[in-house]
Design a protein around this ligand. Structure first.
Ligand code: ZN
Length: 193
């Protein structure tokens, strides 16, 4: 069984989703903006096994170093493009908001179509959804679809940041909508839908 909780971060209200099986102490995260917000809803004895990053913008990653210090065994999953952004405060835009964050540790690189078993009968499927940024991935996990900034219901996809692409963003929205029926949409900001 899959349980999903959400923590709202201090910067741009970016969301951290916390996935568990409701039985073990194992947890996975989707994005890691505000680490303190995430930690506040994790039990003290949590074993955070991995974090899946939707894309490399600062508001979705700025808690990553704290996360790795607190949970050294946590695997960082991201696209290849995202891995480059993690390592550069200018590329991940944190430099420009005066809270520079860089992460140069190991990244387990994800590709479109990859499937990873999180828990018994809980599979995460990777869907490349570029456009908001080339690093963008969405994650389909059972009945939940985590879309980052590639699709926020009721909000136009932002494509005017560096490397944004309006045409790709629209194609990605169509891919997401084609998968969305019967699923709970979990965007990178706002609320679950
Ligand atoms: Zn973004």
């Amino acid at each position: 069984m899959l349980e999903v909780k959400v923590a709202v971060g201090q910067v741009l209200d970016s969301l951290v989703y916390i996935l568990s099986d409701g039985i073990s102490n194992d947890y996975y995260l989707i994005d890691i903006g505000d680490f303190d917000a995430a930690q506040s809803i994790l039990p003290k004895d949590a074993n955070v096994r991995g974090v899946f990053i939707t894309h490399g913008h600062h508001d979705h990653i700025f808690g990553l170093n704290e996360l790795k210090i607190t949970y050294p065994a946590c695997v960082v999953y991201a696209s290849e493009e995202c891995a480059k952004m993690l390592a550069s405060a200018k590329a991940n835009l944190s430099y420009y908001v005066e809270m520079p964050v860089e992460y140069t540790g190991e990244v387990s690189v994800l590709h479109d179509g990859d499937c990873i078993e999180l828990f018994d009968d809980v599979i995460l499927k990777v869907i490349a959804t570029p456009g908001h940024n080339p690093s963008c991935l969405s994650f389909l996990v059972n009945d939940y679809l985590f879309t980052g900034d590639s699709y926020i219901p009721g909000v136009k996809v932002v494509t005017n940041l560096p490397k944004g692409n309006r045409i790709l963003a629209q194609q990605s929205v169509e891919i997401i909508l084609s998968l969305a029926e019967g699923k709970t949409i979990c965007p990178g900001h706002g609320e679950k839908h």
